[in-house]
Design a protein around this ligand. Structure first.
Ligand SMILES: CC(=O)N[C@H]1[C@@H](OP(=O)(O)OP(=O)(O)OC[C@H]2O[C@@H](n3ccc(=O)[nH]c3=O)[C@H](O)[C@@H]2O)O[C@H](CO)[C@@H](O)[C@@H]1O
Length: 359
């Protein structure tokens, strides 16, 4: 009789930052003869990203978890309950060894279902302080892997495991020649890459476009503006817009002298590992739980970045910040070179399937 195929469940969704790591782990599991299956929402970005891979994807019902009182909370409780029941059916049918959760609302019912069936749960937190979904899931997790060392202060030490950023290898393998071909830019003028997180960032997009004439006098600008945010008629020799790039990204980063953007955890570590000084404009606390404000302040403390608050962003402060980075560039790159750490996706897979992780 053929031995039973080993299987694991991956879950997480809502934004690219809650899916990408899962996608990176898929080849690592397959290399070790283990089949990963995915549990995600019916309409989230995870369906699109994971749908483009070859693995099995199950839809489950999921509800938003709000930090404020709303009549919608009531409906969402039912959606989460339904999600737990959906997830239990899949977990039983697939007979998985463990669940790996990257967070986001959709992961909560999966983690609760796994716990109710006695299936071990591992979670990953990429921001300094855990989000609501991971705070709930963390109570049921065997281990919580973290990107920032500082996160160790916020979670129980017997569960915490610092692994640093898990970055796709190809992000460090860009070629300038391809970067210049993709943009039509030249090595004669500095390049600024503007990346507003996986969804773009309205206020940053507006700021760049309102000041395009002045900025393009000094800079060649690559603007990753987010899906649906391309604006006709603006592209010129020194300004190229892309809604969302995939395999092109490493080449675009390679030709950049400075990175400007939000401070989602994956993005800022990608810039750090490519030694690109950053101007970070975090998503404000008024629009989020403040995770990006904390990420940005941490990178500033470490000497990797300058920070401008979204509500303070104007041309005067932006130009001052650019000048400060310019005069400190060597020191910034020096700090970045000293950063050590980070896991390759295969290393994390090997750790997850090792006995050590189960202790
Ligand atoms: C609004 C929101 O909830 N944001 C959160 C979300 O950010 P978000 O989903 O934006 O995630 P990150 O900034 O961490 O990562 C964005 C990822 O998209 C990739 N990319 C981006 C643009 C592009 O054109 N092509 C491309 O591949 C980047 O290389 C990066 O890997 O998850 C992060 C990690 O938990 C959090 O820190 C953020 O606070």
């Amino acid at each position: 009789m053929e031995p039973k195929k080993r299987k694991v469940v991956l879950t997480g969704g809502g934004t690219v930052g809650h899916v990408m790591l899962n996608k990176l782990l898929i080849p690592g599991f397959i290399n070790r003869g283990i089949e990963p299956v995915y549990l995600g929402s019916k309409k989230g970005i995870e369906k699109e990203i994971i749908g483009a891979t070859s693995i099995k994807y199950y839809n489950i019902s999921s509800g938003k978890l709000r930090r404020y009182l709303s009549s919608e909370n009531f409906k969402d409780v039912f959606k989460v309950m339904k999600g737990i029941s959906d997830a239990r059916k899949v977990l039983k049918k697939e007979n998985v060894e463990f669940v790996f959760s990257k967070g986001g609302f959709v992961s909560v019912p999966v983690v609760l279902a796994a716990k109710s069936l006695g299936i071990p749960v591992y979670i990953h937190e990429s921001d300094i302080t855990p989000g609501l979904a991971n705070r709930i899931a963390g109570k049921f997790a065997t281990k919580i892997f973290v990107t920032f060392k500082r996160t160790l202060e916020y979670i129980p030490s017997d569960k915490a495991e610092y692994i640093g950023p898990v970055i796709r290898d190809e992000l460090k393998r860009g070629y300038s020649k391809i970067g210049y071909e993709l943009t039509g830019f030249t090595p004669d003028k500095p390049v600024m890459i503007v990346m507003g997180g996986s969804l773009g960032a309205r206020s940053i997009n507006q700021f760049i476009r309102n000041n395009l004439d002045e900025l393009t006098q000094e800079w060649q600008i690559i603007h990753l503006c987010g899906r649906g945010n391309y604006q006709e008629g603006l592209d010129r020799d020194n300004y190229k817009q892309f809604e969302f790039v995939k395999k092109e990204l490493p080449h675009l980063i390679t030709i950049s002298d400075i990175a400007v953007g939000r401070s989602g955890s994956n993005a800022i570590y990608e810039f750090l590992l490519n030694e690109k000084p950053m101007i970070l404009i975090p998503l404000p606390r008024s629009q989020s739980r403040g995770d990006q404000v904390e990420n940005a302040e941490y990178f500033k403390e470490k000497g990797y970045a300058e920070v401008i608050q979204d509500e303070a962003l104007d041309m005067e402060i932006f130009q001052e910040t650019l000048a400060r980075i310019d005069s400190n560039k060597e020191a910034i790159v020096d700090c970045m070179c000293k950063f050590e750490g980070g896991f390759k996706p295969q290393e994390l897979v090997d750790f997850l399937i090792s006995k050590e992780a189960h202790q």
